[in-house]
Unconditional design. Sequence first.
Length: 369
Amino acid sequence: MALQCGIVGLPNVGKSTIFNALTAAGAEMANYPFCTIEPNVGVVAVRDPRLDALVSLVRPQKTIPTVMEFVDIAGLVKGASQGEGLGNQFLGHIRQVDAVAHVVRCFQDDDITHVQGRVDPVTDVLVIETELMLADLAAVEKRIGGIGKRAKSGEKEARLLEPIYQKVIEGLNAGVPIRLQGLSGEELAALKDLFLLTSKPVLYVCNVAEEAVQSAQQLGQHAMVDAVRQLAAEQGAAVVAICGRMEAEVSELDEAERLVFLEELGMTDSGLDRLVRQAYDLLGLMTFFTVGPKEVRAWTVRKGATAFDAAGAIHTDFQRGFIRAEVIGFEDMIACKGEQGAKEKGRFRLEGRDYLVTDGDCMHFRFNV
């Protein structure tokens, strides 16, 4: 279950630098707008210390982490929704992502051109947000014409959809992104096939100067990041502050060098690790594990998933022939030094299809097809 996170932002804010560090994909970087033309897609492993602990315990032949996909598109500019800077083409590349990572420039550097002429993170955020809302408005208005005709003819589905579309249009015209319009689950489901950009959860990624990495983590220590935090708090969005240039350097180190580098900075994890975890949390995801001598693997499911859902994440046959799930909590697996110890201490459970998976569960499935 590799979910996608689209990376957006103005030109020259560090999107491709961060993408390269995330994925080691080598996207082109340069100090001019629209350096990235075609979207770059990279698969990123989600670092999880629990997976490392299980691997140390079991010593399997193979280790497979859970992953996320990141999609990097060209920098958007004012007027993107009307095609400025090839904006419509770029926006189309991220319509089907699950969440948006909005990279915001929070550093001063006279050698790197700012497309607006000055560095103002909140203004930059609002420029991109406005373009996304205008693109959504155009998509909904295009659809509502046909819906209105069908509603007048008495079609039941159209009569249900029309007031939802009207509500969304009114909100967008008032400058309110769809995710902040207070729509019900049923209303959002009715809009799903439009792949509306402002309906997606947002993570603001503040790209800071290298010397400001540590201060940017603390409230009140970095004015630009604090301004983004305030905006995010009003929206219920998440924020992570990283230095794209430094993360690009860290990504080129082997694991031992990486740990030494982070220790010297007084950090336990990299900014990219925090970015990936924040994106993972933003999507409402959690992890369960399958553990054995051949393979220890992390699997992704949404929070609230049942054992039946988890079985389907592995293979449809597991779901179709589901009998029982064998479950050991992660803490119990480690404390009991493995499956046998968990059984001996009564920490091994058999659960039915409606069992709600807990983040970190170690599971095997009994099935018959």
